[in-house]
Design a protein. Structure first.
Length: 116
């Protein structure tokens, strides 16, 4: 599935903010490249390597062992069924899962977990 251009711009802005403002000894943020078009041969290899549909766009790991899955969504666009399934799995296993619909929400999520 092709990633929404506005959603991509939002994610880029959030990652830039994180990289400029957050102490990397306190937290680390990385993306999960599960969106976008792939050639069928590439898609097969990536799936065999463990690529899973619906996994959050970003993963935040925080000093002390906290993991936060962050799904980026443009405006009020709903989650896909696979994203809802991943949210349920993550929460049932005791992990944090949030949806950020704008940069302010993203910043609030990050800052909340850095206060612990």
């Amino acid at each position: 599935m092709k990633k929404n251009h506005e959603e991509s711009k939002l994610q880029i802005a959030c990652v830039k903010w994180f990289d400029r403002n957050i102490d990397k000894t306190q937290a680390f943020l990385y993306s999960v490249p599960n969106g976008g078009y792939r050639k069928p041969s590439e898609a097969r290899i990536m799936k065999a390597e463990g690529l899973r549909a619906g996994v959050s766009d970003l993963v935040l790991i925080v000093s002390g062992g906290t993991t936060v899955y962050i799904e980026m969504k443009d405006g009020n666009k709903p989650q896909l069924p696979s994203q809802k399934r991943f949210e349920q799995i993550a929460k049932s296993l005791g992990f944090n899962y949030y949806i950020a619909r704008n940069k302010e929400q993203f910043k609030a999520i990050v800052n909340y977990f850095l206060k612990f």
